[in-house]
Design a protein around this ligand. Structure first.
Ligand SMILES: C=C(O[C@@H]1C=C(C(=O)O)C=C[C@H]1O)C(=O)O
Length: 452
């Protein structure tokens, strides 16, 4: 595989970023009326990204004005160095909300091989799109184009403005592709064995917690319309992130994660511990009972506190002040979780990628201690996590940015999709309960693939 930073596929327009030269790009924005975000990301054979937050920021982008990719333990720094060479010289004509940002993410493990279904998904890869639309609650809707020079950027902006304003404004929510058949990576019997082996390690003191996951391969009747599926997910899971990453080759990775890894704006940092799960009840009384039981459950409390402690340990040394708020409930349509919001003020300025590196993987998706958890995951799981449960999001030229944990996610190409879901295992975990919780975590995506 081509491991050169900014290798062929992700070269900045036509140049490679490997030669050390700064890259000069120009961006221009114009305000537009309501336009279809789906129309920007409707071509699976081109690079495309979509990012939406629970607070209402939504960005859809296409093409590659600059691309960065990296592998290995140095991947966070390597991405940042490549991006600095672009952002340091970028001239942006437009409001801050519509500024160019680099969108992408990381694989769960730094040595991920990008084998199918993960073809094209390097251990770290980001793009600054050639064209993107940005919407947020206060600033309206903006179209931005990025190119090598002013003439090219003006032409691109005009072309896309015509194209989007002539098209439909609504995001089509489409219909589900329909599921022909499913195949599990892990049978219930195999799962019970895996849990029992993890519990042995916990018993003999090598491990305190590990998150074990499963994959579900789905044969579809027709290919997934990913933007339309995300639109349906928005309605079902309005408090979740939504993302789509496609490189024009291989599959499209998408999901509706409930969990923020980190957000950084200036010196302010936000993150959260989200761990501990229970079903939603069919009646308000049943739902309340599940919630009460979860809040009172000693095992879940320990499992959750491990995540809080790890975040405190990772972020503490970088912060002048750190606030751990009270534990609350996070209720989603099909599942509920324990959640602890955490915020911090940085002691000195940091790039958001430094915070991503410090936090990933939190024990909400990895385990404690991290090395032993990683070894257990590696020896136990029979599939490649790829970008599942890893950081996905954006950063900008001043080092601000926001990342979600890529959960409740799937990678799809043609008439197949692979879904991923996992659960935290600690002392006293019961294989049947853990199995049920994993199945609940497949539901957000699986429900949207099935015809109702
Ligand atoms: C691992 C997943 O979810 C994570 C694990 C949780 C748990 O163990 O209870 C809860 C929320 C997430 O942090 C997943 O959705 O696949």
């Amino acid at each position: 595989m081509d491991r050169t930073p900014g290798g062929r596929r992700l070269a900045a327009e036509s140049r490679s970023l490997a030669d050390g030269e700064p890259i000069e790009l120009v961006s221009r924005s114009c305000e537009v009326d309501d336009v279809s975000f789906a129309a920007v990301v409707d071509a699976a054979d081109e690079s495309r990204i979509l990012w939406a937050t629970p607070e209402g920021l939504e960005i859809a982008g296409r093409g590659v004005a600059a691309g960065f990719s990296a592998a290995g333990p140095d991947r966070y720094d390597a991405i940042r160095r490549q991006a600095d060479r672009v952002f340091d010289r970028l001239e942006h004509g437009g409001p801050t909300v519509a500024r160019p940002r680099a969108f992408g993410g990381f694989s769960f493990h730094d040595g991920s091989d990008a084998d199918p279904p993960w073809t094209g998904f390097d251990p770290a890869s980001f793009v600054v799109p050639q064209v993107f639309v940005t919407r947020d609650e206060t600033d309206g809707i903006w179209l931005t184009a990025v190119a090598d020079d002013r003439e090219a950027v003006d032409a691109r902006l005009e072309r896309w403005r015509d194209r989007l304003t002539d098209g439909p404004t609504m995001c089509a929510s489409g219909s589900a592709p329909g599921v022909e058949s499913t195949e599990r990576s892990t049978s219930p019997e195999r799962w019970a064995e895996q849990i029992s082996r993890a519990l042995d390690r916990i018993d003999d003191g090598r491990l305190t917690k590990v998150v074990l996951a499963q994959a579900l391969s789905v044969d579809l009747t027709v290919p997934v319309d990913v933007p339309a599926t995300l639109e349906r997910l928005r309605r079902q899971y309005p408090s979740c992130y939504r993302f789509l990453v496609g490189h024009g080759v291989g599959g499209t990775f998408f999901g509706a994660p409930p969990e923020q890894l980190v957000s950084k704006r200036g010196e302010r940092v936000g993150t959260e511990a989200l761990a501990g799960s229970a079903p939603r009840g069919r009646t308000p009384e049943a739902d309340e009972e599940y919630a009460e039981r979860m809040l009172a459950d000693e095992k879940l409390r320990r499992e959750h506190e491990l995540v809080v402690d790890a975040i405190r340990e990772q972020l503490g040394p970088l912060a002048s002040e750190l606030t751990v708020s009270d534990r609350t409930l996070r209720k989603l349509a099909t599942i509920q979780h324990l959640r602890t919001p955490i915020s911090a003020t940085l002691e000195t300025d940091r790039h958001v990628l430094e915070l991503v590196e410090a936090l990933h993987p939190t024990p909400a998706v990895g385990g404690v201690p991290p090395e032993s958890a990683w070894e257990t995951i590696h020896e136990t799981e029979t599939f490649d996590r790829g970008w599942y449960a890893a950081p996905v999001g954006w950063f900008d030229g001043s080092g601000d940015g926001e990342f979600a944990v890529a959960l409740r996610s799937a990678i799809t190409a043609g008439e197949s999709a692979t879904l991923f879901a996992g659960n935290g295992i600690v002392a006293d975990s019961d294989p049947d309960d853990e199995w049920e919780e994993v199945q609940l975590k497949f539901r957000p995506i699986l429900d949207e693939l099935r015809e109702r």
